[in-house]
Design a binder for this molecule. Structure first.
Ligand code: GLU
Length: 338
């Protein structure tokens, strides 16, 4: 009798642990199925147009279409083109922001840059002017160039080295610069130069504005494929520890403050629509990549260069939305306790 009672208690305890998961676990088969279905469904989607305000981006193959998922326990799932690389562009803003928080503290970003969405275009000069350089957000150009200027390092070369290193740590391999993209944008980035100088005038640029813009332009030209981006997103999903290499890239405390900014300002003017549909913190770049993070579960990345009018990869948006929906991993999807 006693034995039976203790058996029952053990069973109940076990059920309490495994019977009420926050979200049901995704099996290998479910992930592969969702990936394959998404690929088939969207591979022929002909929406959007390559960015062309950076000349080199206009000639990137618009047919590149790669998808990758990296789970927090280090499993890698891929589909489509994993070989082709594009420039990371604005997705880099996430990792530079993370580094600034890591080198200082979360309040530092609030004080020096701000975290509210500007509600304006990503390279808006009016946004800087209206706020006198305050509340400029690290995920759009003014706040991103200010973040770059805040990276520790004795000179421009040391700051760049540190930025490239943190990106490489997140990706789990040594990344490098797409030289033609860098040269193309560096020769033509007067608008970003103007933003940096205006911030400097307001005392909100923390290193030489010309050099800061140059480092920022380099960070945007880091070359990545879909798997690199997914490992980077997977590292965020795993609280700052790279799930493949196991390297601690930043602390989980830092990630806690990075994800909300991605959630509120990751997809330019469509950030609200995106969060409404997926619940997942994400960041896009004009090179055609999007990363999204399902905290504690996985990171996902898609590369496809043609962009919607808001500047986000058209195929990547559809693909990630579909996969998150199929796997039932929207973090706001709650199973009520009855
Ligand atoms: N390097 C690009 C710029 O500054 C990044 C823009 C983006 O991806 O949103 O214009």
């Amino acid at each position: 009798m006693k034995k039976n009672i203790s058996k029952a208690i053990l069973l109940l305890t076990l059920l309490a642990f495994i019977g009420t998961p926050v979200l049901k676990a995704q099996t290998k088969e479910q992930i592969e199925k969702a990936l394959n279905e998404a690929y088939e469904k969207f591979k022929n989607l002909k929406e959007g147009k390559n960015a062309d305000y950076i000349k080199e981006l206009a000639s990137v193959d618009p047919n590149i279409y790669g998808i990758a998922i990296v789970t927090t326990d280090g499993q890698v799932y891929t589909k489509g083109d994993l070989k082709s690389a594009v420039s990371i562009q604005s997705i880099s803003k996430v990792f530079t922001m993370a580094k600034v928080i890591e080198e200082n503290n979360p309040k530092f970003i609030m004080d020096k840059i701000g975290v509210d969405a500007t509600g304006m275009r990503f390279n808006s000069i009016v946004a800087v002017e209206m706020q006198k350089g305050k509340e400029i957000n690290p995920l759009v150009n003014p706040g991103a160039i200010a973040s770059t200027s805040l990276i520790k390092g004795a000179d421009s070369a040391a700051k760049w080295k540190s930025i490239l290193q943190v990106h490489s740590d997140f990706a789990g391999r040594q990344l490098s610069l797409d030289m033609p993209v860098y040269i193309s944008e560096a020769g033509d980035n007067l608008r970003n130069q103007a933003i940096a100088h205006l911030l400097y005038a307001y005392g909100r640029m923390y290193f030489d504005p010309v050099q800061s813009t140059d480092i920022y332009t380099k960070q945007c030209a880091i070359s990545v494929n879909a798997k690199d981006l997914a490992v980077m997103a997977g590292t965020l999903a795993n609280g700052g520890v790279n799930p493949v290499t196991k390297k601690v890239c930043v602390s989980s405390e830092t990630v806690k403050y990075v994800l909300p900014v991605m959630a509120t300002a990751g997809l330019y003017d469509d950030s609200g629509q995106w969060l409404y549909a997926t619940g997942a913190p994400a960041k896009s770049g004009v090179g055609g990549g999007i990363i999204a993070v399902v905290p504690g579960k996985f990171g996902i990345a898609v590369i496809s260069p043609p962009l919607t009018p808001a500047g986000n990869s058209a195929k990547a948006i559809q693909t990630i939305k579909y996969i998150i929906e199929q796997l039932g991993v929207n973090p706001y999807q709650i199973t009520p306790k009855k």
